[in-house]
Design a binder for this molecule. Structure first.
Ligand code: PEP
Ligand code: MN
Length: 262
């Protein structure tokens, strides 16, 4: 915590992308990697100002019958799209047995999804790497539990942790989750780690994503993770919360206005 580590941690994600310490980086891309459409999405999010490319290859789906992701083939596509656009890549690792595939494909940032935030076996394995870890807050985790999960990674020797507030479960049903903007300010106060906001999973609906993105930015986030799909109605997962590239471009313009104002 800040007592032992007063300065902000800066996480080097490659391609000159340093997260934390006053910078602001947006990671964008589809929920699921689906094939070659990733390349067009990557070009468009980069042109709009995203500095990191996200895409899920191993997907934690609620139903076992829902598409579970492309797996290793998806990581290969993500790698190639990242190289083509000179962007660091972000993808979720669900199982420690898959870590070698992430390393083989030089995935820049390994995401721990909300469902795995307290998977201490996985966290300990990620603690042995020197790769950046994007640690999402659990569906119903307190801020202290989230910070302790980060501690698991850091205790193993990997200090490259980025926290991600992605909305928590509340009684509200009009949105998928509830963005906890307080948590962004509190985590920034208590921890030296960078904190990013995920307005896509926090709201679950395209029409609310931009306001949540602006709120997370105003609350002091070091960046955002936003789902973007060129044809949301055909997305394998989370199409209801995806921005089109045009919507993303407009969102980035408004985000930069808030950044300038705070
Ligand atoms: C995702 O980023 O696509 C994802 C599954 O996120 P979360 O773990 O926050 O639900
Ligand atoms: Mn998603």
């Amino acid at each position: 915590n800040r007592k032992f580590h007063p300065d902000d941690t800066v996480v080097d994600c490659g391609h000159g992308v340093l997260v934390g310490g006053g910078t602001f980086h947006v990671m964008a891309g589809p929920c699921s990697i689906e094939g070659d459409n990733l390349f067009a999405i990557a070009r468009e999010v980069k042109a709009a100002g995203a500095t990191m490319l996200r895409g899920g290859a191993f997907k934690p789906r609620t139903s076992p019958y829902a598409n579970q992701g492309m797996g290793v083939k998806g990581l290969q596509l993500l790698h190639d799209a990242g190289v083509e656009n000179e962007m660091p890549t972000v993808s979720e690792v669900m199982d420690a047995r898959d870590i070698p595939a992430f390393l083989d494909n030089d995935i820049s940032v390994l995401q721990v999804g909300a469902r795995n935030m307290q998977n201490s076996t996985l966290l300990k394995e990620l603690g042995k790497l020197d790769k950046p870890i994007l640690l999402k807050r659990g569906l119903a985790a307190t801020i202290d539990e989230w910070l302790m999960a980060a501690e698991y990674v850091m205790a193993g020797g990997n200090g490259n942790v980025i926290l991600c507030e992605r909305g928590i479960r509340t009684f509200e049903t009009r949105t998928r989750n509830t963005l906890d903007t307080n948590a962004i300010a509190v985590a920034k106060h208590l921890s030296h780690l960078p904190v990013v906001g995920d307005p896509s999973h926090a709201t679950g609906y395209t029409r609310y994503v931009v306001s949540a993105a602006l709120a997370a930015t105003a609350a002091g986030a070091d960046g955002l993770e936003i789902e973007v799909h060129s044809s949301p109605e055909h997305a394998w997962s989370d199409g209801a919360q995806a921005l089109t590239p045009a919507q993303f471009k407009n969102a980035m313009r408004r985000i930069s206005l808030v950044r300038e104002a705070v």
